[in-house]
Ligand binder design. Structure first.
Ligand code: ADP
Length: 272
């Protein structure tokens, strides 16, 4: 699996008073098995970008290649792309609608035209990947806690066996414990399945501990695209573009944990 984004632009409501250039000349490569954090202030273009990756939105200009094939070619099979790139929206529990957890998770694979046995096997496997106990099979999704509902929604996408899993703000609205649990679970499923994961967040702290690469968006552009430690080294710029994280001590600690020499002068860090 590989995704290449080549000079992608997206403009909302072209020619109206609401015109908004939401993606500006985005160039990006996403490789198989990566765990990527896509971060940026609200309105920086994260959702717009992710919706391009599974073809829900089409660029105003530019191209996207999935496994070397241009998804904007007129013969490209968009339906297969939607199966390969699974998108878990913000507050995905709002899309749960079946009477039981199990039926909800089976919904996606059923739409892929699999037979009943395969559908159920996929659902069991997906439940395991997100850490949902089989006791919950017959529960109504509406009886569950916030974190559990979110796991059901993620399992529903995983059951479709995507090659890429995009999670848009998976921790939104969860308490700190729920947030840590869901992030740990996502890290676990990435490790176990080696699926490519793109974790979208407006919070540096949420993603920094987990991902291999951070893509930082600012006003529709890619501001940084590197390992977390290299991105952190630009903490002043990150602060300037409104990223909540730098709480400088936090960043410094991360650098220390990761064994990165801290070369800054203007900010003094108290030694423990
Ligand atoms: P993020 O996911 O980082 O919060 P979005 O991709 O949702 O950012 O938005 C990027 C920019 O596009 C923002 O300025 C936002 O206001 C604008 N935008 C998003 N959706 C629409 C829309 N339907 N019509 C016009 N502008 C939009």
């Amino acid at each position: 699996m590989s995704i290449i984004i080549d000079k992608l632009n997206y403009i909302y409501s072209t020619g109206t008073a609401y015109e908004k250039h939401a993606l500006k000349n985005i160039n990006l490569v996403i490789n198989d098995g990566e765990f990527i954090g896509l971060i940026g202030h609200t309105g920086s273009g994260k959702s717009t970008l992710t919706q391009h990756l599974n073809g829900l939105m089409k660029g105003t200009s530019g191209d996207i290649y999935y496994n070397g094939e241009n998804i904007y070619d007129k013969n490209y099979n968009m339906k297969s792309l939607r199966n390969k790139v699974g998108l878990v929206f913000q507050y995905p529990e709002h899309q749960l609608f079946e009477t039981t957890v199990f039926k909800d998770i089976c919904f996606g694979p059923r739409n892929q035209g699999l037979d009943e046995l395969q559908i159920e096997l996929r659902a069991y496997e997906a439940m395991k990947m997100v850490g949902l106990d089989n006791d919950l099979l017959d529960a109504s999704p509406f009886e569950l806690s916030g974190g559990q509902k979110r796991r059901v929604a993620i399992a529903g996408v995983l059951a479709m066996k995507p090659e890429v899993l995009i999670l848009d703000e998976p921790t939104a609205g969860l308490d700190p414990k729920g947030r840590d649990e869901i992030l740990d679970q996502i890290a676990y499923l990435h490790k176990e399945s080696n699926i490519t994961v793109i974790l979208v967040s407006h919070s540096m702290e949420d993603v920094a501990r987990y991902v291999d690469r951070l893509i930082v968006m600012n006003k529709g552009e890619i501001a940084f695209n590197d390992t977390p430690q290299k991105v952190f080294a630009n903490y002043k710029e990150l602060e300037a573009i409104g990223l909540a994280a730098p709480q400088v001590t936090y960043v410094m600690n991360e650098l220390k944990i990761r064994g990165i020499p801290v070369k800054t002068t203007p900010i003094t860090v108290e030694e423990a």
